[in-house]
Write a protein that binds this ligand. Structure first.
Ligand code: CO
Length: 134
């Protein structure tokens, strides 16, 4: 059901420092920081040949990643995002299999303008999973 790895999201305490690590140490192409107020994050996109890394930092007082950063002050991997062809079919299949879909279970528009859902980490090997319809 899942397709390509769309991105891996990493929460960081200092976006400029993290962007420098990926640009200068790892030699990757990194974007300028992009504020996504609707999502409560500022993102630096790292383009790799086969996928993307998203460096995330809280934006605004109600950021959904503020708690994560408080618990992991040095930063850490936040979620992986897998592509699906049909997000409603994927959701229904996952729910039928007993997986917990976060929120109200309805897809919302994610950081790339496409419908996304998040799945409970306890059902996926301790990893928060995002699925995105591409
Ligand atoms: Co994501």
């Amino acid at each position: 059901m899942i397709g390509r790895l769309n991105h891996v999201a990493i929460v960081v305490p200092d976006l400029a420092a993290a962007a420098a690590v990926y640009r200068d140490t790892l030699g990757a192409a990194v974007s300028q920081p992009v504020d996504l107020p609707d999502h409560g994050v500022t993102t630096v996109f790292v383009a790799l040949p086969n996928t993307k890394i998203e460096l995330l930092h809280p934006f605004g007082p109600k950021s959904p990643i503020a708690k994560f950063l408080a618990e992991h002050p040095g930063g850490g991997m936040h979620h992986v995002c897998y592509e699906v062809d049909d997000i409603l079919a994927a959701r229904d299949r996952l729910k039928a299999a007993g997986a917990r879909v976060l929120g109200d279970g309805e897809p919302r528009i994610g950081a790339h303008g496409k419908p996304v859902l998040f799945l409970h980490p306890k059902d996926f090997c301790g990893t928060l999973v995002e699925i995105e319809q591409v």
